[in-house]
Design a protein around this ligand. Structure first.
Ligand SMILES: *[C@@H]1O[C@H](CO)[C@@H](O)[C@H](O)[C@H]1NC(C)=O
Ligand SMILES: *[C@@H]1O[C@H](CO)[C@@H](O)[C@H](O)[C@H]1NC(C)=O
Ligand SMILES: *[C@@H]1O[C@H](CO)[C@@H](O)[C@H](O)[C@H]1NC(C)=O
Ligand SMILES: *[C@@H]1O[C@H](CO)[C@@H](O)[C@H](O)[C@H]1NC(C)=O
Length: 409
């Protein structure tokens, strides 16, 4: 392809040493990447320009509300979101046996409801296109959850997933254009994560939307998307404006299935101010005792679990309890949109030993601000069918929209 008109070759041919040409090449690459990342912001530059000159009248979006303090940039989010609503198109591969593994939406309840809601929502959304040429991204509708339900072994699941993906690569021209970089799949169950790990092409190149955004299972923050695990339907209504009822400083009850949980239980189990239970709450104590504790607590401790990020974070948000993230390895859902420090307390695992002092030192007015912001983010951590603006589905779509610009060959 390199001809005389090619700017790269004419510049490099003038350079006397290999080092200089490498330098030129790398600065060109840098310029190119800067350009791509600017473009990927989808921020109309002329608007940005005016933004600096005249004091802009910020256009309200009634569904977004005046919640400017919970986003990294309320304006960028609002504008880019509007652009997404207008333009974003996704092609869902129609292949696969609808009665077996791929097409059927998962049931919309239970631990992995997020997976089912996404499958259902994207089918009923405006983002779906039947015309692959118009698509920004391609959805590979794999649901390993169902295979697991049928007792398929991990080994066989991996083979099934691989055969399926291979068949799409053979049949359609889309994968080869980007080596899969504009393809994504969605799985909440860690079964799905494990099954797809047997297909290195898929894991390395495609966007993985998973409930296990842990770096130790190969999650790549800028490529992959953290899917919030949301246990819907919620057992009780959303909390909020109920600060006077929140008399317990901190609460956690659950299984000790990770190192940090073992330490948390060991250090604080018998504390008088922190309500830490080294086990699930026994149902014989009464109905919904666990959920009701979220209404009475200021700070709900969310230590990392085994693999799948726990539903405890979204439970805390739903019940109006400020989540305390106690984990070194998790990429928090919607991290590049929401400023988690405005509605949660983010700690290192090592902080577990000072947990009580850290929470007690948070001034009342700061707690009140955090609590109010928790209420503001509730709608982002909720699935609906059909989906509604700014809900969990649209937030996931927005994350995908941020990743849709890829190089095509
Ligand atoms: C795995 O696949 C093989 C070959 O199709 C089959 O014979 C075997 O029963 C399967 N095992 C499980 C646990 O699904
Ligand atoms: C995509 O590339 C693979 C590997 O080179 C090739 O086997 C396959 O036929 C290609 N797919 C299409 C649709 O051309
Ligand atoms: C506080 O708790 C009481 C007793 O459970 C309940 O009746 C009341 O509605 C709660 N207040 C708020 C604002 O939730
Ligand atoms: C729950 O409590 C009941 C009654 O106290 C007891 O018999 C049962 O073993 C407990 N269950 C668990 C899982 O601890």
């Amino acid at each position: 392809m390199a001809g005389k008109s090619n700017p790269v070759s004419s510049i490099t041919s003038q350079c006397s040493s290999i080092q200089r040409s490498l330098l030129t090449l790398s600065s060109l690459t840098l310029v190119l990447f800067t350009y791509i990342s600017f473009k990927s912001l989808h921020f109309p530059l002329h608007y940005n320009f005016e933004f600096n000159l005249i004091n802009p009248k910020v256009v309200a979006d009634k569904d977004l509300g005046d919640f400017s303090d919970i986003y990294h940039s309320h304006e960028v989010f609002r504008l880019n979101y509007a652009e997404m609503e207008k333009s974003f198109k996704v092609y869902i591969y129609p292949d696969g046996d609808p009665n077996t593994f791929y097409q059927t939406p998962r049931k919309l309840t239970g631990k992995y409801a997020s997976e089912g809601f996404f499958f259902q929502n994207i089918r009923e959304s405006q983002f779906r296109t039947e015309i692959a040429e118009l698509a920004h991204l391609f959805f590979i509708p794999i649901s390993c959850h169902k295979m697991r339900g049928k007792g398929t072994s991990y080994e066989n699941m991996t083979i099934i997933v691989k055969n399926y993906v291979d068949s799409l690569i053979l049949k359609y021209p889309y994968w080869n254009r980007t080596l899969g970089a504009d393809h994504f799949f969605v799985t909440c169950h860690d079964v799905g994560v494990r099954a797809t790990e047997g297909v290195p092409l898929l894991v390395k190149n495609s966007i993985r939307v998973v409930c296990s955004p842990s770096y130790d299972v190969g999650f790549i923050p800028h490529k992959d998307v953290a899917l919030p695990q949301i246990l819907q339907p919620f057992a009780l209504p959303a909390g909020g404006n109920d600060i006077r009822n929140r008399t317990t400083l901190g609460f956690w009850a659950g299984h000790r299935n990770s190192k940090i949980r073992v330490v948390l239980a060991r250090v604080w189990e018998n504390d008088m101010e922190l309500d830490i239970k080294n086990n699930r709450i026994n149902r014989s104590l009464g109905p919904l005792v666990y959920q009701k504790k979220f209404y009475r607590t200021k700070f709900c401790i969310c230590p990392g679990g085994s693999q799948v990020n726990s539903a405890r974070i979204t439970d805390s948000i739903h019940y109006g309890c400020v989540p305390v993230i106690l984990s070194d390895y998790y990429d928090l859902p919607f991290n590049d949109i929401l400023n988690w420090r405005k509605f949660s307390v983010i700690l290192k695992e090592n902080d577990v030993y000072q947990l009580k002092d850290i929470l007690k030192e948070i001034p009342e007015e700061q707690f009140v601000a955090l609590h109010k912001n928790v209420v503001k983010v509730q709608k982002h951590f909720q699935w609906n069918s059909p989906p509604t603006r700014y809900d969990a589905f649209h937030m996931v779509m927005y994350e995908l929209w941020l990743r849709h610009l890829v190089i095509r060959y």
